[in-house]
Ligand binder design. Structure first.
Ligand code: CP
Length: 314
């Protein structure tokens, strides 16, 4: 069966219906994994994973996930491939995509992954760029659905909910905005001055109703169904670390912030976390935190995504 070439470069690359399918499918794949049932839908398929930045979760979740689907992986980094010796990204895409069935890239600018995809014969997945981290938000949403909804009607529990984003206006914040706009919830964003989210990156207007900006992170958390944050200094911005430590000092998700959220509010963090910086230890290690489910769900939701991009609906 032929299947139209489809990339996953940002959250908006799947429709509402496609997300409903992928979340339900991810839940089934997870159930089979937990029961040690084989699920070899991508037997003999190969995934190339290209990393231009460090990773633990993305590497392990894609690699283990592809093996569990019956396929295999090739792991490339800038340091051990011609990508680090100025081979044009377009040439790399043409070559790599003749040899594998699927490509996952973690890189810097979105323009780079866009160029790769434009020259690729096979689906390309964003494993994090400076602008977006769509696989992480898919895992976060699956985690919310598991805890607060029903995987058979996965999108219902998201409607009208409030997600508080506390911290940097970074790739995670941009992707939360895209998800909120598509799936019908609201993001309360609070960042220090100078680190605001830019809705234009997410393809949204400044006055979009899917997000509200708060100067005070406590106000952003007020009544939230989910409170979430990320490190103060994302990969690629290390030179700004000292300035960021000063600017973000009041943007630590602590028990006071969780106390003004809904009583059953969840806490998420894409990890790795710095306890005592963007989140206090009692919050990330506390009862409302679902960060370990969130990390595990990267693998299950990405297995559903890879299967969908290669095979369509099963
Ligand atoms: N959340 C996340 O992408 O983790 P890694 O950087 O370890 O892949």
């Amino acid at each position: 069966m032929t299947h139209t070439l489809k990339h996953y470069l940002q959250f908006t690359d799947l429709s509402v219906d496609e997300y409903a399918y992928v979340f339900t499918r991810a839940a089934l794949i997870k159930k089979k994994f937990k029961a040690y049932e084989k699920h070899h839908t991508l037997a003999d398929r190969t995934l190339a994973m290209i990393f231009e930045k460090a990773s633990t979760r993305t590497r392990v979740s894609f690699e283990a996930g592809m093996y569990q689907l019956g396929g295999s992986v090739v792991h490339l980094t800038t340091g051990d491939s011609q990508l680090g010796r100025s081979e044009p990204i377009e040439d790399s895409a043409k070559v790599i995509s003749r040899m594998v069935d699927l490509v996952m890239i973690r890189t810097y600018g979105q323009d780079k992954i866009n160029s790769f995809a434009a020259n690729s014969r096979v689906p390309v997945i964003n494993g994090l760029t400076n602008e977006f981290h769509p696989c992480q938000i898919m895992a976060d949403l699956l985690t919310f659905i598991e805890h607060r909804g029903d995987v058979t009607t996965p999108l219902d529990c998201l409607k009208g909910k409030v997600v508080a984003w506390v911290g940097d206006g970074n790739n995670m914040a941009n992707t939360w905005l895209q998800a909120a706009d598509l799936l019908g919830f609201t993001v309360h964003v609070s960042t220090p001055s100078g680190y605001e989210v830019d809705p234009a990156i997410a393809g949204l207007m400044t006055h979009s109703e899917c997000f509200k900006v708060f100067a005070d992170p406590m106000q952003a958390c007020h009544g939230a169904d989910l409170v979430t944050t990320d490190v103060w200094t994302s990969m690629g911005y290390e030179a700004e670390n000292e300035a960021r430590q000063r600017a973000f000092a009041d943007w630590c998700v602590d028990a006071d912030m969780m106390a003004v959220a809904k009583p059953n509010a969840l806490f998420m963090h894409c990890l790795p976390a710095h306890r005592g910086e963007e989140v206090s230890a009692d919050v990330i290690d506390g009862d409302q935190s679902v960060v370990w489910d969130e990390a595990e769900n990267r693998m299950h939701v990405q297995k559903a995504l890879m299967e969908y991009l290669l095979l369509g609906r099963q």
